[in-house]
Design a binder for this molecule. Sequence first.
Ligand SMILES: *Cc1c(COP(=O)(O)O)cnc(C)c1O
Length: 400
Amino acid sequence: MATPIDQELAAALTGLRDAGLFKAEHPLVSPQGGVVSVQDDTGGGERRLINLCANNYLGLADDARLIEAARAALLEHGLGMASVRFICGTHALHRSLEARLAALLGQEDAILFPSCFDANAGLFEALLDERDAVISDALNHASIIDGIRLCKASRHRYPNGDLDGLETQLKLASGARRRLVVTDGVFSMDGVIADLPAIRALCDRYGAMLAVDDSHSAGVLGPDGSGTAAHHGGVRVDIVTGTLGKALGGAAGGYVAASRPVVEWLRQKARPYLFSNALPPALAASALVALDILAAEPGRRARLAALSARFRGEMAALGFTLAGAGHPIVPVMTGDARIAAGLADRLLRAGVYAVAFSAPVVPPGQARIRTQMSSALSDADLDTAIAAFADAGRALDLIA
Ligand SMILES: *Cc1c(COP(=O)(O)O)cnc(C)c1O
């Protein structure tokens, strides 16, 4: 029998469906890639779809070399550590990967977490207490928002990308022992690259540290693929967080890279590190190969940038309203949540996988299809996708 909470939630779920806010899941039956096979909910068969919604920027999620490295590590080192890092969960592969990440990111050391969500959940509480202040961009990732909730520092928020707003908050925080400004390197719903040079200048003027979550930029931006700071010509960042679940292989894992004392302190104090199982060594092994490929195959980033520029240009020429610039995230704005859901439906029927985002993931009235380019997409895939957008956009009166 349905309990009161079941009845309440069933009604609330119906409300989400009616408002176009319900997030349906489509089970894949293939590896992640430029083209994926998805279970057909109608007939029980499979459908091949051009995939415009993975964070698989460099196409490494099904790369044979990463898989082989993980397989070899599985056979040699077993499934996992069955321990947190400080008890008996530290594997030599963890330390190798931490050193390599630190080198890529220009930091003294790095510390792995089970995910970047966990990295951000552990960072703020470990470094800041009631004497301190954290100053956060309003559009920062949910994991930053939650991490800040867990710490006792005074909380300051500035409107997305608003440098005057940031300065106002820095002034308000001037009495704090430590001031930490935190921003996404790239805002993932908008595809907007943060203005790190200007943010760094304000941090320096007001004696604040700068933390950047570069989950969508590591492996993507910068001449060496090291991220947003390098993209801007080498901005100094005190703390970098990021994920292994996007460009750097797509499996799982997160990290914080920073000075040696900060990293050492996090090993002592960050709760998701202290109280959650260590990253499986096989994932560390595959991430090491991802870093090798990042260095050895700059053509992947070049292709990603070229596909992104082409998609953006052709979609704009068709009359679509796009957000962002200069990043493989290309949001196609619809405003209304139901139109976004309708557009995603039509694309799906045309063999193109792209997901609609609506509140609360984005602000109400700013629904969109967020597309993401991948170096795994072929030119023909992109032709098909653009044609499908054109047909669906005309049918829904989004474009003429
Ligand atoms: C994806 C993402 C995360 C979460 O990364 P996981 O490793 O999947 O937990 C955190 N921050 C930002 C900005 C992200 O885009």
